[in-house]
Structure formats: structure tokens, C-alpha cells
Design a binder for this molecule. Structure first.
Ligand SMILES: Nc1ncnc2c1ncn2[C@@H]1O[C@H](COP(=O)(O)OP(=O)(O)O)[C@@H](O)[C@H]1O
Ligand SMILES: [Mg+2]
Length: 381
């Protein structure tokens, strides 16, 4: 599983030197993350004397008004959600012509690196992480906000000093604002956004999304946690998007034979991954209730205090932190391929999450789906 957002444009940026002062207030320490929009640094807020995380827009985006607007909107929207499982935005600003936003500093590891580290999660741990992510989604959806880019890179496992893990939702860069009920998209955007491996069928086709789009992505994330990879993996963006639209996903229990309560897990993820939004969980609350039933089958209560993660995880979080600060490590290497993966073992090239032009992609997905239907008919006839 390759990071969907690593490297790319942000990596072309010259790294800010430690000690760089932004707006006379934030003293940069180290680069701690790279995403599709820019790079994230740890810094000290000299005014309030506390550590913060600064997301600085990539130089390559500063001349693109749409990207700048997207960046500003992220700050505005994220700061509206005041929730313990959503990263807190503290400030926005501009330094040397580049937009930045200051966030609470999180100590820990994002779920992408965590999966790399543990390979696969035990269902009880996955349940707790999913439950906290769902709580964050309940809050966002209640405000009519659809995240649209849920993926392991955008889910952070923040570790407190006492070792407790708290899930924090990151990156509201492509958030969609819905009508009041959060169920209807007000206008079409003319762009497809999201990351192919976690993109719902409607995102990959019509582009018209609602809260259930995020629940599909969370189903893909659940699969990645339990099986080490999301449901559809292929080098080609088009193949992955077409698979979301028209190919049934494999059952987690087919990929991983040692799952406790395999039927209940298959059912839980299967429903999240339904192609038609009306066949999925209709809300984060409904999905949480189903998760609670799954937890009962597993004999594990979600959100019952602290998340207990595999010991290796906690020990290695610090090591991964060092890795994120630029030291190459074998931990960054992709894990061994799961047995008989769904769509070939090809690793996906790193790619950014910026909006993709709608026209050619939709045409491609339509043609792909038609070819797949024809081949199925030809074989089955
Ligand atoms: N507040 C934070 N504290 C620590 N690390 C963070 C924080 N915010 C982001 N990161 C790290 O930086 C990466 C990129 O951040 P993200 O907000 O997703 O940016 P992008 O929009 O560029 O994808 C994340 O995957 C995470 O690893
Ligand atoms: Mg991101």
C-alpha cells in the first residue's frame, strides 16, 4: 500500500529551515508530514508558548487561486467543528506569499504509517479506531459537511503522555458543504475529488456525494486495517475507480483467514461498501450502532476508555515520528503483499489528492464499466 499523498508537489518544495519565523510568531522546528496540499511542520507559537503544527501550502499551489481558496476554506470549515476527534485549527496566516494554517500539534502517527507498522489490525482495535472516526463524522455531518477524502493518511492516532490513543480526523481540504440536513449536495462541482482507493462509486461517477460517501470510504479504511490493503488496488486510477463502480469487493474473511467473527465482519464491511448509497448505512450513527453489535460479537466494547494497541505500535510510534522527520526507515517499505490480493499486487504510485478534471475520468469510468459488463456477459453467456 503506497501513501496516496506522499511526495508529489510538496516534496519539490524546499524544506523550511529549522528556526524560520512565520509572521513573527511561529518558529519552525521540523517537517513532520507531507500531503497533497503542502507540508506540515512542527513549530513553537512564541506568543502562546506552545507547540503547534503548521500546514504550509506548497509553492506550486500558491499561484493557483482555486487551490489557495481550497486551503483557506479548509481552515474555515475545520475550525467550525469543535470535536475531540477532529484536529483543532488555531490560526491562519500568510508568510512570504504562502498560506498556512496552525493546528494543535499531535504526537503520534497517522493511520497509514500505523498500518505499515502493524501489518493488520486486530478487529477489536480496528473497532475502537472506527468508532472514534465515526464520532468525528457524526459531528461533521451534523454541520452538513462531507469530508470527501477519508483515507488512512487523514486519520491520525494521537498519543497522549499517558499512552492513550485518540483518533483525530485531519485534512478538510476538499470538504463539501451540503444543505442543512447534510443529505443533499447543493451544486455540482464539476470535479472529481478524493483518492481512488477510498473513493465511493458516486464519487467516481456522478460526483454527487453525501454523508454516505464518507461511510463508504470508512468501509475501505476498515478493510485496509483488517486486511492490510483497501478493497481495490491497481496501478491504474481508472481500473480502481471502475472497480468501485462495478466490481463486487472481496470479503475480508477471504483475504484473512484468522478473523474472529468472520461473518459479522464481512457483513459490517460489506454493507459499508454497497455500491448504491441507499443500501449502505444511512448515517454515521447507524454505522456506529452496527459497529457496536460487531464489537459485542467480538467481545470488545468500542470506545470503552482507552484504545489498547499492539505493544509494537506504541513502542514504534516514536521511531515512526523520527521517520516522518526525514530519516529513511525500512518501516516505510510496503508490507508484504497479502495472499491473493484482489486486483494484482502492483503498488500504486504516490499521487496527490487535488481535484481531478471530471470529463475524461467519467468517460473513462463509463467505458471501463461497459467493457467489464460486456466481458462478464461474454464469459457467462
Ligand atoms: N496537527 C498535526 N500534528 C501532527 N501531524 C500532522 C498534523 N496534521 C497533519 N499531520 C501529518 O501531515 C500529513 C499531511 O497533513 P494533511 O492535513 O493531510 O495535509 P494535505 O492536505 O497536504 O494532505 C498527515 O497525513 C499527517 O501525517
Ligand atoms: Mg492529507
Amino acid at each position: 500500500m503506497a501513501r496516496a499523498d506522499q511526495g508529489y508537489l510538496s516534496a519539490l518544495d524546499e524544506e523550511l529551515k529549522p528556526g524560520t519565523l512565520l509572521s513573527g510568531r511561529y518558529k519552525v522546528e521540523l517537517r513532520i508530514g507531507v500531503g497533497g496540499m503542502g507540508a506540515v511542520y512542527s513549530a513553537v507559537d512564541l506568543t502562546l508558548k506552545r507547540k503547534v503544527a503548521i500546514k504550509l501550502i506548497s509553492k506550486h499551489h500558491t499561484n493557483e487561486p482555486r487551490q489557495v481558496a481550497r486551503f483557506r476554506r479548509e481552515a474555515e470549515v475545520a475550525s467550525r467543528i469543535d470535536h475531540p476527534h477532529v484536529v483543532r485549527v488555531l490560526d491562519v496566516g500568510q508568510a512570504a506569499g504562502r498560506e498556512y494554517l496552525a493546528m494543535e500539534f499531535l504526537e503520534g502517527v497517522d493511520l497509514f504509517d500505523a498500518i505499515q507498522l502493524v501489518g493488520t489490525y486486530e478487529p477489536a482495535d480496528a473497532v475502537t479506531i472506527l468508532d472514534q472516526a465515526l464520532q468525528a463524522l457524526e459531528a461533521a455531518h451534523a454541520l452538513g459537511l462531507v469530508h470527501r477524502d477519508l483515507k488512512p493518511e487523514n486519520i491520525y492516532l494521537a498519543q497522549s503522555e499517558t499512552g492513550e490513543i485518540n483518533v483525530k480526523l485531519l485534512d478538510f481540504g476538499v470538504v463539501k458543504v451540503m444543505d442543512e440536513g447534510g443529505q443533499k449536495q447543493l451544486t455540482r462541482t464539476g470535479t472529481v475529488v478524493g483518492t481512488p482507493e477510498y473513493m465511493s462509486p458516486e464519487q467516481a461517477s456522478s460526483g454527487i456525494v453525501d454523508a454516505r460517501t464518507d461511510l463508504y470510504a470508512l468501509g475501505c479504511i476498515a478493510m485496509a486495517m483488517l486486511c492490510g490493503r483497501p478493497p481495490f488496488v491497481n496501478k491504474s486510477v481508472l481500473v480502481v475507480m471502475t472497480a468501485h463502480v462495478s466490481e463486487p469487493p472481496r470479503k475480508p474473511s477471504d483475504i484473512r483467514g484468522d478473523l474472529k467473527a468472520p461473518k459479522a465482519i464481512d457483513q459490517f464491511i460489506g454493507k459499508a461498501l454497497e455500491k448504491k448509497p441507499e443500501n449502505r448505512y444511512q448515517s454515521a450513527t447507524e454505522m456506529r450502532a452496527a459497529l457496536k453489535r460487531l464489537a459485542a460479537e467480538l467481545g470488545a466494547e468500542p470506545a470503552a476508555g482507552r484504545i489498547t494497541l499492539p505493544a509494537a505500535h506504541a513502542d514504534s510510534a516514536t521511531m515512526l515520528g523520527a521517520t516522518m522527520r526525514g530519516t529513511p526507515s525500512p518501516l516505510r517499505e510496503p508490507p508484504p503483499a497479502a495472499t491473493d490480493p484482489p486486483h494484482g499486487t502492483a503498488e500504486i504510485e504516490p499521487r496527490r489528492t487535488a481535484p481531478i478534471p471530471l470529463g475524461w475520468l467519467l468517460a473513462g469510468v463509463a467505458i471501463g464499466a461497459a467493457v467489464a459488463t460486456f466481458v462478464t456477459w461474454w464469459v457467462m453467456r
